[in-house]
Write a protein that binds this ligand. Structure first.
Ligand code: NAP
Length: 247
């Protein structure tokens, strides 16, 4: 995709992968808008990158999403790129009667919010010349890590949804890209839980470079290149390897 002169909304753009992509879009000459729940993180991002606009909001609430989209479309009529990046990851023991509210919290932001943001913003994006929707899924969309079962299910569902979205939008100018990270060293799921992942800047540089390629429908890196293209037999072997009991 053409990587400059856009107005880009990045959900969860004040930390981790969202902030790394937001910073790169900002540096490349795009108007960048970020949102998230933590005001201090949003302010910090704005002070590091003057010119970025930030909105404090909880996208897991449907009414909040409707009001938020209404507001940013009014305040940023040139908005033409939506990056659905916000997410959480929870360890859940399915054998121990986990609370529905806890599991639904994960579905509400990782899945419901992104599907709703797409449909709310398609009318706005259709009016633009070179619009795009980028959905951030995961290498775990293709093979689950069983300790984070709802997370993996939401990512598999977002992979499926992104394919249908791309198909339904094929006659429109809206380009649909799935960004499929491997494990990346961010605070996802809690501080220090992803230190085994790829360094954030390494992944963000590779992903941003790949986005410049007009033909890219899926942006993958290392493990996610492997999992997203694996055969059923290879996926079974990856599943066994990833979920083997620790000694
Ligand atoms: N790190 C990895 O290994 C990895 C691998 C594959 C895919 N991913 C995906 O990459 C995306 C970004 O994750 P990350 O690793 O960069 O972790 P992160 O730093 O924790 O980023 C998640 C972002 O989502 C925002 N967010 C969470 N709930 C929200 C809500 N209800 N409303 C609005 N914003 C919300 C958070 O901000 P607030 O808490 O301030 O709201 C935060 O900025 C996620 O979709 C994740 O699943 C990550």
């Amino acid at each position: 995709m053409d990587i400059s002169h856009h107005t880009v909304l990045v959900s969860g753009g004040a930390s981790g992968i969202g902030s790394a992509l937001a910073a790169r879009f900002h540096k490349a000459g795009n108007k960048v808008i970020i949102c998230g729940r933590r005001a201090d993180m949003l302010r910090d991002m704005q002070s590091k990158h003057p010119g970025i606009d930030a909105y404090e909001c909880d996208l897991s609430e449907p009414d909040t999403r409707v009001a938020f989209v209404d507001k940013i479309v009014r305040e940023h009529p040139a908005l033409d790129v939506l990056i659905n990046n916000a997410g959480i990851q929870q360890r859940i023991d399915l054998t121990n009667n986990p609370a529905w509210e806890v599991m639904h919290r994960e579905m509400a932001i990782n899945l419901e919010a992104h599907i709703h943001m797409c449909t709310l913003l398609i009318p706005q994006l259709r009016k633009q010349e070179k619009p795009a929707i980028l959905n951030v899924t995961s290498g775990l969309a293709f093979v689950p890590l069983a300790g984070v079962p709802v997370y993996c299910a939401t990512k598999a569902a977002m992979h499926s949804f992104t394919q249908s979205l791309r198909h339904q939008l094929r006659e429109t100018p809206i380009h649909v890209v799935e960004v499929i990270p491997p494990a990346v060293d961010t605070d996802l799921g809690g501080s220090g839980l992803h230190t085994f992942g790829v360094p954030l800047d390494e992944f963000a540089d590779a992903a941003f470079a790949a986005l410049r390629n007009e033909d890219h429908r899926e942006v993958t890196y290392q493990f996610s290149s492997e999992s997203s293209r694996a055969s059923r037999e290879q996926l079974d072997a990856i599943f066994e390897r990833m979920n083997a009991p620790r000694r």
